[in-house]
Design a protein. Sequence first.
Length: 328
Amino acid sequence: MATGQKLLSFLSFQLILLLPVLDHGNAQDLKLGYYQKTCPNAESIIWKATYRVISRAPTLAAPLLRMHFHDCFVRGCDGSVLLNSTKTNQAEKDAIPNRSLRGYNVIDAVKSAVEEACPGVVSCADIIALVARDSVSMIHGPYWEVPLGRRDGRVSILNEVFSELPAPFANITQLKQMFAAKGLSVKDLAVLSGAHTIGTSHCNGFSNRLYNFTGKGDTDPSLDPNYIVKLKQKCKPGDTTTLVEMDPGSFRTFDEDYFTLVAKRRGLFQSDAALLDDAETKAYVILEASTHVSTFAKDFAESMVKMGKVGALTGEQGEIRKHCALVN
């Protein structure tokens, strides 16, 4: 299938209004200090292994945070995004929105370090959650305590990504519905969108807003026209390789600047601009963009704890994978 057809297929999936689904995980069984007896140094080992990477390549913090988000929104926080496709099954990591994910090698390296100390004890799902937290804190972002005890899922299905994962071109109705389906609030939506304070995007993630918004060669009226001029200088039509900073000037630092950009109609994605189309999300954007005492770091930590519990497998569910890309 041609790339254009794949994108159209992806769009058609996303435009279906999704009914909320129930998550069947036992998130209440997650707890702090879960590995205290079985692998007491687990969090320390994971922190050190993550630091070895982020200290040399701080820009990997954004992809590692994104990986946690992409994992939790499809089948819950069960490590299913890490599984490789097989001859009989196409897995989540090969879906179009996940093809740009990076950092699998980091998760593998961390897993190897933990396995050496405590074989068969710490799940890949917990590792993703801890690596996301640690990498954010290492680039001056907030630190939060991560309740642990997630088990690894054995199922990963490519097509589920299209219906479960919020797309960069989603409108506010779709975004609110998809977050509600995961037990996340409208405030969580606004707060977690702030993750776009770090990282980059390929031009094709937003170029329709610059060149062909409604199919008539037009631009997106919700995007600042002066910013469109700047973006067009970086992204020519059909460019699929150039990277653009989501938070220009501080894309390596976790801060509240993202909300200032959105308030100025300079959010890179339609899903960023959509935050101005709802009273509650807009109020949060305006507050964070104008206040001298930001609550974003505290709010982000709280929302990440909530997101990290979505659909978690616990107890006898799932397994503890030996290798994160393969079921046992």
